[in-house]
Design a protein. Structure first.
Length: 109
């Protein structure tokens, strides 16, 4: 009995550690949000079907980098018009979810 109780505590502690490591972003939510980004960024395939100008690879990018970049477009630090429009339609939670999802992808896909 004592042993089981200890195991339960260890499991709970492990769960807590996992939860705090992936703070606020929800990957499943992010996956649905990046649907509109894929036409340009080709997530997760990188092949940009259209338009045919260079588009940065964002799948597998660092989570905090993605949050900073999207906030940069949103607050005017970055000025690329289509991305400013995209970012302005995203809430702070959307940005966290998108970053959690994209950073979880393999950069080689
Ligand atoms: C109309 C095409 C288009 C769409 C749609 C689009 N993007 Fe972009 N995105 C670009 C281009 C082009 C750039 C490079 C802009 C620049 O030079 O600042 C970019 C840049 C970015 C960057 C910065 C990358 C870096 O390495 O600094 C991020 C992050 C990003 N986009 C995320 C998204 C997300 C998330 C969505 C969907 C909500 C999205 N984009 C939708 C074209 C697009």
């Amino acid at each position: 009995m004592i042993r089981l109780h200890t195991l339960g505590l260890v499991a709970a502690a492990a769960l807590l550690a996992t939860a705090s490591a992936h703070a606020a972003g929800n990957k499943a939510e992010g996956r649905t949000l990046v649907y509109t980004c894929a036409g340009c960024h080709g997530v997760p395939g990188y092949t940009n079907a259209y338009p045919d100008y260079p588009v940065p690879k964002i799948a597998g990018q660092n989570e905090q980098y993605l949050i900073n970049a999207l906030n940069g477009y949103k607050n005017g630090d970055r000025t690329y018009p289509t991305m400013v429009a995209q970012a302005q339609s995203l809430s702070e939670q959307n940005i966290q979810d998108i970053a959690a999802y994209l950073s979880s992808l393999s950069p080689n896909k």
